[in-house]
Design a protein around this ligand. Sequence first.
Ligand code: ADP
Ligand code: ADP
Ligand code: MG
Length: 476
Amino acid sequence: MKRVLVANRGEIALRIIRTLREMGIESVALFSDADAKSTHVRLADYAYHLPGVTSQETYLQIPKVIRAIQDSGADGVHPGYGFLSENAHFAEAIACETRAKFIGPSPKAIELMGDKVQARNLVQAAGVPVVPGVTHGLDSVEDLRGFIQAVGYPVILKAACGGGGRGMRVLRSDGDVAPAYEACRREALAYFGDDKIFCERYIDKPRHIEVQVLFDEHGHGVHLFERDCSIQRRHQKLFEEAPSAFLNHEQRMRLGELAVKVASAVNYAGAGTIEFICESPEKVYFMEMNTRIQVEHPVTEMITGVDLIREQIRVASGEPLGFGQKDISLKGWAMEARINAEDPKNDFAPGPGVVSRLRLPSGPFCRVDSHLYQGYEIPQYYDSMVAKLIVWAPDRNVARSRMLRALSEMELAGVPSTIGFHEALLGHPNFQNSTFDTGFLARESEYFQKTLQGVDHLTPELAMVGGLRATHGRRG
Ligand code: ADP
Ligand code: ADP
Ligand code: MG
């Protein structure tokens, strides 16, 4: 490949552009009216304007993006995450209407895994455990009631084509069933353009553990160990680490093998993630597969030394992997904190605005993936995640201290942020001894409210006004 169009924005567009430059490949950025001054546009070799501001008008408009690919003469397209990254029609249109290669799996694999009901059936047939659930889309409330009678409460209702943690509903009693069924269907149609919904047993207090896989177009593939993404709010990830302290070596290897089995079952090519819901280290169930690069991919890069974007591009160019499972080793511990322009004191409400002051952390084993700069205006139209803070260390304890140190260096003024929330999280005893589950944040909301109350994230400079020593003491 000589020129790749990046069909995305923000930090992930920048992340991809960086690897393209390292590989000597030209980059083409896309930008909406609201993103004209974004860093991903400045650092790309070329930029292509998509008139409009909303995602619908711009980054999600397949005909406009296809036109951009044709006009720019790109011979590759990287979709990033979100937007069109898991849209089989987009991958198909690129194949039919442009001379560019889609950097991702085949439209067929995207489609198979894009429908969670289909994916569950396929994976189960391949001998991988799935959460007990229906094997078809629900077509009536009676259908749902029948399933509940068979497995009991609680259950979770989901959109078959859903994503981003949206539109799911947990049912715990009969009174909820009919209204939840109707609402879930409506939302599925509104968010994902398809009202197919399904339901499965709701696992109480599980860990969300996912496995990174990488396959070439010649049938060879590996896993790159797991990421623990159990720190979530409203079914959305906020903090990730690799490896997971929940698993020992044997359990880790078994999960990896299950993930490879899932990918092989769909003749997968490219980078992908198999998400498991874990009731215990032995009781693990396939939940879904994401057929794209993920937000939290850097923690895997840190513990394996593999540049996943580079591998995606190599594999899409038809090259063989060049390494086998035994060549991949796990070293140390990595953590990632998602810095969102959201107010954790107000139920994580988004707070777009102008970044009036910015200092990004650095120092030993610290990586920041972000398109932010001082004076940048965070648009209201897109996702509120504006930076990812990633650290590596030889072990989990040092990684935790390093993350706290990095958070204490970071200054982001003008908008609310999750920096203080992450500091509170890392100070919680259950985080320290790794006894948490996906319901942890919701159950501990009082702790977080209390810890965040009045104590805004204080940076060393601001602290000096009131006495450097005292403030460092307060931060503990
Ligand atoms: P990851 O699985 O990589 O952690 P997230 O679930 O955090 O990804 O989603 C990353 C981004 O992609 C978010 O902006 C999210 O809203 C968006 N996203 C993911 N899946 C979908 C989908 N099916 N439809 C719309 N947006 C999605
Ligand atoms: P999305 O496509 O939106 O990422 P997922 O199916 O991956 O949806 O689920 C997102 C999150 O919802 C999971 O990480 C987990 O916290 C929760 N969840 C989903 N299914 C279950 C389940 N069967 N039991 C318990 N929690 C679940
Ligand atoms: Mg998921």
